[in-house]
Design a protein around this ligand. Structure first.
Ligand SMILES: CC(C)(COP(=O)(O)OP(=O)(O)OC[C@H]1O[C@@H](n2cnc3c(N)ncnc32)[C@H](O)[C@@H]1OP(=O)(O)O)[C@@H](O)C(=O)NCCC(=O)NCCS
Length: 247
């Protein structure tokens, strides 16, 4: 039987090894004093972006997310959290600016309904996605529009009652992959296929149909909490997964 891995709480951030993928889970709805502490670690650009959110809740969640990201990076790299500089690729994928540390630490973030996931690797690309399951979003023809033909067949062969959750499994796995590659929606969503079954304990293959990417990427479904689904996609197959709860 497959036993779902636990999100471990630790007093100290464990070392990240080259054959490991660490995913941290954090709630972003924190008290105002904590928001104030996170805000103090952000760059002027991040503060200015936070101010552009119309909703105070979304503004605070953004600041908490950025603050927690900085704090986890600080603990991995032994650098003060306010020292980090970020850059982004042409499609908006953020990364540490060159020269931020002695190791090639990479990360990706996702957030949904006040919950965030942060994924970290050394020297290999990573993408993570979390979604709150809203059954209404899985209705209609969204799958036919966004999923590959094989994914649509797999989804529609399930009982009606199982389709909403399977839809979000497929969605988060596809998002994690395009986020790992960093191409955003410039990558055709029909150009690759992910398994939609809900086995949580093994690496699942991503079948890329675009030549050299075939066989390079693997994913792991995540169970981030009641009502949420998630996935992490990683370059290569030779890695193990650690799940950590930010407190
Ligand atoms: C840009 C995109 C990454 C947004 O994804 P999302 O699910 O809306 O949002 P998430 O919370 O998962 O991720 C947002 C984070 O991803 C990161 N990100 C932004 N662009 C990225 C890119 N090209 N690649 C990887 N990560 C990216 C950022 O850190 C961002 O957080 P921040 O803005 O707070 O810094 C992109 O995948 C997208 O626009 N998707 C649209 C949704 C869609 O149609 N999906 C179809 C799936 S079948």
């Amino acid at each position: 039987m497959c036993v779902e891995p636990l999100w471990q709480t630790v007093a100290k951030v464990p070392p990240l090894l080259p054959n490991e993928v660490h995913v941290w889970r954090a709630g972003l709805d924190v008290d105002p004093a904590e928001i104030g502490r996170w805000r103090a670690t952000l760059s002027a650009e991040e503060v200015s972006r936070a101010k552009r959110f119309h909703s105070p809740q979304n503004r605070d969640r953004y600041m908490a997310g950025r603050g927690i990201l900085r704090e986890i990076l600080a603990r991995y790299l032994g650098t003060p959290s306010s020292d980090f500089r970020f850059c982004q690729n042409a499609h908006g994928k953020p990364a540490l600016s060159p020269g931020s540390g002695l190791v090639d630490l990479r990360f990706n973030i996702s957030h949904s309904h006040g919950l965030a996931l942060f994924a970290f690797t050394l020297g290999r690309e990573v993408g993570v996605d979390v979604e709150y399951i809203l059954p209404s979003r899985s209705e209609g023809r969204l799958a036919e529009r966004f999923f590959s033909p094989r994914e649509v067949v797999a989804l529609r062969s399930l009982p009606d009652s199982a389709q909403p959750e399977a839809f979000f499994h497929c969605w988060t796995r596809k998002e994690a992959y395009i986020k790992a590659r960093g191409g955003g929606l410039s990558i055709s969503l029909a150009s690759f296929t992910v398994p939609i079954d809900s086995n949580l304990c093994t690496h699942l293959p991503i079948t890329a149909h675009d030549g050299p990417e075939a066989g390079r990427w693997w994913l792991r479904p995540l169970a981030p909490g009641e009502g949420f689904v998630g996935a992490v996609a990683v370059e290569g197959a030779d890695w193990s997964l650690g799940l950590w709860q930010w407190v």
